[in-house]
Each structure stands twice: as C-alpha cells, then as structure tokens.
Design a binder for this molecule. Sequence first.
Ligand code: IMP
Length: 429
Amino acid sequence: MSAVVVVGAQWGDEGKGKVVDYFTERADTVVRFAGGPNAGHTLVVGDDKLIVRLVPSGILRRTTTCLLGQGMVVDPAVLVGELDELTRRGLDPESRLWLSDRAHLILPYHVTLDGLREGSGRAGAVIGTTKRGIGPAYEDKAARRGVRTGDLRDLARLEQLVEQALAAWAPVLRDLGGAVPAVGPIVEALRPLAARLVPLLADTSRMADEAIRGGRGVLLEGAQGTLLDLDHGTYPFVTSSTAVAGGACAGAGIGPTRIDAVVGITKAYVTRVGGGPFPTELNDATGARLREVGAEFGSVTGRPRRTGWLDLPALRYAARVNGLDGLALTKLDVLTGLPHVEVCVAYDTPSGRTDQLPIDELDTARPVYERLEGWSETLSEARSLDELPAAARAYVRFLEEGSGVPVDLVSVGARRTETLVIRDPLKRG
Ligand code: IMP
C-alpha cells in the first residue's frame, strides 16, 4: 500500500470524485488538502447521486477514514449540512471523519465580500468565482488574521479574532457598498456548529503520517485543477489555494518523501467555469453538444461550463508541475458520435510555434490542432482497452504519447462499474 496524490490536470471538474471513490476501495484513508466548498465532487452510487463539497469523496466507503487537512478553508455551516445529509443516507460520517484543527474558517463576511466583489463589475475584482468566500478566507490566512477551526474550542477568543478581522475588512466592505456585520450574531451562529465540529477536531497531519507509516493506503484528494492553481494556473483567473500535487504535502501535513505516486485526472475534452483564457474553447454546436452530453453544469453553482477540445500542451504542463506518473482519463464516452475529434498539439505565438503551454500568453496564442477519427460505438460496456473501438483506443494512445504519461484508468460512464483500470496506482508505489 502507498500514498497517492490525485489532482486535476485541467481547470477542475475533471471527475476527481469518481476516480478517488474508485481507488478508495483499496485506501484506508482519504485526505483533502486544499480548497473549500468551491469544489463539488459528484459521487454516483448505484442510481443515487450525491454532491460533496468539503467531505472527501472517500466517505462513501464505510470503512474509510476521511481527513480534512489544514490546507483547507472550511465553512462550518456547509460542513455540518453535509454531515447531516450523509447521516440521513446512513453513512455515519461522524464516526470516521476528522477535521484538522489548523484549517481556516470561512465566516459569513468572507462569503459577503466574495459576492460583493463579483457583483461590483470592477476591473480586477471580477474573476467569476464560486462566491463561497474562498478568496477572502485565504486572504485572512495570509494576512495572519484568520480564524482557525481550533478556535471553535474557545468562542470568547474567537470573538476577538473576528473583531480584528472585521476591523481590517470594514473599509473594504463599505467601499463595496456593504455593511459591516456585528460580531455577536456571528459568534452566536457558530455556537451550535462548534458543538458539532469540536468533537471532530484532530491533528490530521499526525493521523495521515501514522496511516502511511502503518502501511495503509492513503489517497490525497486534490480539489480544483492545475490551471486554477494560485502559483501555476492562469493567474489572476485562479483559485486562492494550491491545487497542484506539491500542495498535498503542505495541506495534509506530510513530507514529500512519503508520497509514492501522483495521478492526474483529465477529461477527454476540456471545460472551464468562470472567467479567464481558454484557447481551445468551442463556441459552436460541438461545444454545446459536449456540454449537453457531458452534463457540464457546475455542481456547486449550476453555471454552464465552457467546453473545448483537449489541450496536449496544457496536459504536458500539468504533467511537469505535478510530476504526474499516471493519468486517469474521464468522460471518454462523451466524445462518442462525433465524426472527428480534434486535439491541440502546439501553439502559435508571436515568437513562433511551441509545443509548450504559453501560460501567460493564452489570450493571444493560437492553438494548432490535429484531427483524429471519431467513433460511434457505445463505450459503457467496455471493461478493458481492447474492448474499446479502434478509434477510441487510438485517441487514448495519442493522449498517452503526447503527454508522456501512461494512462492508469479510463472512465466510460458515471457508474463505478463503467471504468477500465489499466494500472492501480495504490499497488504501484
Ligand atoms: P473561487 O475558488 O471560488 O475563488 O473561484 C476562482 C476560480 O476557480 C473561478 O474561475 C471558479 O469558477 C474556479 N473554481 C473554483 N473551484 C472550482 C471547481 O471545483 N471546479 C471548477 N472551477 C472551480
């Protein structure tokens, strides 16, 4: 058994929930290490669909321990709502879920600030965020005035921290046309949430380390995707946390020497939600078809996702910055029925053609495409690569060769069974 990091190789929504859920059959512990309720992982169990935002996807397996690491920002009301929903489904989350006492809290004024900025229409303020308070909560963390989950143990002290944070935010709130909220009601609203969450607080860094040392399989579940990473993404159209594999160590509290494998999830095409460059975007009937067939609507916000062809330079970039040693290819079935499939293989830029991703020139760079044959056969029955139609197999090989990363898994439908496993990363490490 080993420790495996699973990250999104694109702009998020690659299908991490399904892949992590699939691999957790062999993992004892699943850790989320970054982000917050901006993520929405759709899990499908039988005919049942469940969207989790904060709780790691591993929660569906009744024997899996789930950890929310200190790299996360946690909205306590959202978390308690999710725990209630999971309890209603008989999954007993509170017996096996632990919350780092060093994660940061998203408080109501973070959500207000996020919404006011997005609604302001001001240049530089509008990113197309999920309006879940992610940016302002991480801003407080970096400014060293954040409120942490561990502070829920002492609400009197927490009240002082909220006062300090609000003093800093007051001019910003007023400038955006908002009101400065009173501290008392914020703390009172937290009281029942604290009663639920304090018993779940733990040193999750130590728990993850012990699980790894004990030889139990540990999956480190990324959120969002490489191109939304604060350092490596399409800045400033990014999220405010680390979405690349390196963040798993800091966000879960384990050392890089403990990681055995890094798997990148990529859809067979690309989607993006929110603003920012997207060179292979399809604003035509094919793009609309991908959105319809792929059900590409935000699981958190319901926003229609922008859709486009697969971008190999972006995948190579993701392979490099994450150190990917395996790919999980999802939603291959969505391409079924297209007469041909295009893949971006290079970019034309003012300084010439490049097979690298010109990450800071994506507004002006022009994608160069290669056209591949499409297929019309249904894929959902296939259980090995050999059972795929030749053109679909060729597409998988093209992607493997072009990215330089072997494909570990191919997903051909939403159900657990609609998955071809070529190599199991939990056995590989
Ligand atoms: P924020 O994370 O809510 O601040 O949003 C920043 C950017 O990341 C926006 O473009 C969002 O649409 C995008 N984003 C955040 N979380 C996700 C996700 O889970 N999937 C896809 N896009 C996301």
